[in-house]
Design a protein around this ligand. Structure first.
Ligand SMILES: Nc1ncnc2c1ncn2[C@@H]1O[C@H](COP(=O)(O)OP(=O)(O)O)[C@@H](O)[C@H]1O
Ligand SMILES: [Mg+2]
Length: 222
């Protein structure tokens, strides 16, 4: 499903990732732990095709993401991936409902076609009364729930999540992790990076990213 094969990345003279490899199979909730600065966000951006690596490759469902052109990459990403950012990255001038259906916002018949899906997700994440508000009016927990709904909107196969519970209170943090569990129970795959051992404990398998080294498998509860 997701293969990270000997990926390396340098920022100038600094080796951030130095031959990182792992394989995450379908239906697995995997976590990568690592200290701040160990390259977790960099690795996740490379997995999403949002950043190029300097060596190695990432393969998602038999597609090497770096081999795609920009337009193909966008199409592949919106069909296959959901990304949850640590700082949410909601579009500040769009309503909660429009943020959730962001991937279909440019489609001609999008608004009508997606109405039911948006409403389903608003309900699921307790945001129905917030549908018309802009993100700036929401609490932090509501913003992350909106970001989760956006990531799930297109029914992706893979969710990539960067410290998704890092800024949240315990209830909202649990909701994020419960959502990932439910998603993988339904056959989806999650790769979450986090510095938080407690969050990682909820995953089926945990990997440790040491600075400039291999990703080594720590434990599996499967
Ligand atoms: N655009 C950049 N240019 C130069 N150095 C960067 C850049 N982005 C990240 N870094 C450095 O690369 C290292 C890994 O960063 P990052 O992937 O954000 O780690 P993590 O998410 O594990 O905290 C850090 O030392 C960081 O300062
Ligand atoms: Mg980070």
């Amino acid at each position: 499903m997701l293969i990270i094969d000997n990926v390396s990345k340098q920022y100038g003279e600094v080796n951030v990732l130095d031959g990182v490899s792992t394989k995450i199979s379908e239906g697995t909730f995997a976590a990568i732990r690592g200290a701040s600065g160990s390259g977790k966000s960099t690795l996740l951006m490379i997995c999403a095709g949002l950043m190029n690596c300097d060596g190695g490759k990432v393969v998602i469902n038999d597609t090497e993401i770096a081999a795609l052109g920009p337009q193909e990459c966008n199409t592949f990403r919106s069909a296959t991936l959901g990304f949850v950012f640590q700082r949410f990255h909601l579009v500040p001038y769009l309503s909660v409902a429009d943020n959730i259906r962001l991937v279909s916002l440019n489609q001609k018949d999008g608004r009508e076609k997606d109405k039911d899906r948006v409403e389903e997700l608003l309900g699921k994440f307790g945001l129905s009364h917030r549908a018309g508000h802009i993100p700036g009016k929401l609490s932090v927990g509501e913003q992350q729930r909106c970001a989760l709904a956006r990531a799930l909107f297109n029914r992706p196969q893979l969710i990539l999540a960067d410290e998704p519970a890092g800024n949240l209170d315990p209830d909202n943090a649990a909701l994020v992790l419960d959502t990932f569990r439910e998603f993988t129970d339904d056959g989806g795959t999650v790769l979450m990076v986090t510095h938080d051992p407690q969050a990682a404990e909820r995953a089926d398998e945990t990997w440790m990213l040491e600075s400039s080294s291999q990703l080594c498998k720590m434990q599996t509860t499967a």
